[in-house]
Design a protein around this ligand. Structure first.
Ligand code: ATP
Ligand code: MG
Length: 417
């Protein structure tokens, strides 16, 4: 019996794992600079939370949500996105009262029963943030700048930022009916999903993934307030040096957005080219039972960003070559060898080794394979004299040194951290 990971799930290791770490470390540094606090919420929530927030007629809830019953007959779901979870945590823990600035970020896995294909997994990772309590358009600009900076600091530069405004409750009915009209006219062209959406949730049709549909002639007519805010957003972004395009058909796959929505796309990816999506959601906190609180945020797809980094080889070089400790001989010698290995690590030197049941020859073969520049060789003779043999693997030369000198010598080369 050989076990396999289940469809749409995968293991992340090697170069891909390094890309993930690079992205996450970069993001954490930048969030700190913007004074965002990290928040970790559970991977499971009550299914109801997502039905209420994301919307019952969205793809995420209708088709993609992992829902199951636990032993207590509760309907629970694997989280498909982070915003609803952070909002739940924000209300439940009374975070609005606990902190004067209310900007949070998260890093973690999401689960959706999407159709597996390039750039779409059933378990994927997002880096996202939620900024509560600020109606100013500068909050929108801040999160767009933040997303842009994270992506660019990962050395990904070939990006396009698209923005749109979905308006407020006042503009929404006009918006919905104008989209409905267009859909009605093109009814025969629509896929089955969109035929259904036309009545229940017409805006969703604009985000339809079935090819061959064009809604480019749609104009979103906003109320005066939303319109002037959208103008301020555009001016503010230009002043901040952000290149962007207005997309009239940009909507999000979640129902809770109001006003600003945005998406960041990469020229390097194929059809799943969106690396980040976000926007403002001024009603969600209230809808989920909290005090009325405006909010804006985004989510970056880590898997897709990692793929771009892999394709363009733009990860900063983080390679290191461990010092390799090889010991052979009697038990006391092996114990001495293991102590040396520990001392190297305690001194902050990247070290491998400890394969002491293998022959010296086999141990040296491993040292070569892992790319060690230095090997530390210890036999019974060395143990007796309390010295070690330091071998320079490139120069193929070696000398006897005492452990204290060993550490300084290695630290003075590039093998340390
Ligand atoms: P898409 O339009 O590609 O389905 P979405 O609108 O469902 O995306 P969001 O929920 O807004 O996506 O998520 C933000 C980002 O998360 C996306 O831009 C993408 O990079 C990433 N993402 C979403 N779904 C997946 C998935 N199944 N696998 C990998 N990454 C994903
Ligand atoms: Mg989707």
């Amino acid at each position: 019996m050989r076990y396999q990971s289940i469809k749409g799930f995968r293991d992340i290791f090697g170069s891909n794992a390094k890309n993930f770490i690079f992205i996450e470390n970069t993001a954490r540094k930048i969030f700190r600079k913007y004074n965002y606090q990290e928040i970790r919420t559970p991977l499971v929530e009550s299914a109801e939370l997502f039905l209420r927030s994301i919307g019952e007629t969205t793809d995420i809830v209708e088709k993609e949500l992992y829902v199951f019953e636990d032993k207590g007959k509760r309907r629970i779901a694997l989280r498909p996105e982070g915003t609803a979870c952070v909002v739940r945590a924000y209300i439940e823990n009374n975070l609005s009262q606990k902190y004067a600035t209310q900007s949070f970020f998260y890093i973690g896995q999401m689960f959706r029963q999407d159709r597996p294909q390039a750039g779409r997994f059933r378990e994927f990772s997002q880096i996202g943030c939620e900024y509560f309590g600020n109606t100013s358009v500068y909050a929108d600009i801040e999160v767009i700048l933040l997303a842009k900076e994270i992506i660019e600091r990962c050395n990904v530069n070939d990006i396009k930022i698209e923005i749109n405004s979905l308006g407020c409750e006042k503009c929404r009915p006009t918006l919905v009916s104008s989209v409905k009209n267009i859909l009605r006219k093109e009814f025969n062209m629509l896929c089955d999903d969109c035929k259904r959406r036309m009545e229940k949730n017409p805006l969703r049709a604009l985000d339809c993934k079935v090819d061959g549909k064009k809604f480019s002639d749609i104009k979103f007519v906003l109320c005066d307030i939303c319109n002037s805010e959208f103008e301020k957003l555009k001016t503010g972004l230009s002043n901040a040096g952000v290149d962007f395009a207005v997309s009239n058909t940009l909507v999000r796959g979640l129902d809770y957005y109001t006003k600003t929505v945005f998406e960041i796309k990469s020229g390097v990816l194929g059809s799943q080219n969106s690396v980040c999506a976000g926007g403002r959601y001024d009603n969600l906190v209230k809808d989920l039972g909290g005090a009325p609180t405006p909010a804006v945020g985004f989510a970056i797809g880590t898997d897709r960003l990692a793929e771009i980094i892999e394709k363009t080889s733009c990860r900063k070089q983080e390679e290191y070559y461990p010092v390799f400790v090889a010991a052979f001989g009697n038990d006391k010698t092996l114990e001495y060898g293991f102590n040396i290995l520990r001392e190297l690590r305690d001194a902050g030197i990247v070290s491998a080794g400890g394969y002491f049941t293998k022959s010296l020859k086999a141990q040296m073969r491993i040292a070569n394979t892992v790319g060690s520049k230095y090997a530390v060789i210890i036999g019974d003779e060395e143990n007796k004299k309390k010295v070690v043999v330091l071998r320079d693997m490139t120069a193929k030369s070696q000398k006897e040194v005492i452990p204290q000198t060993l550490i300084t010598m290695i630290k003075n080369t590039d093998s340390g951290d």
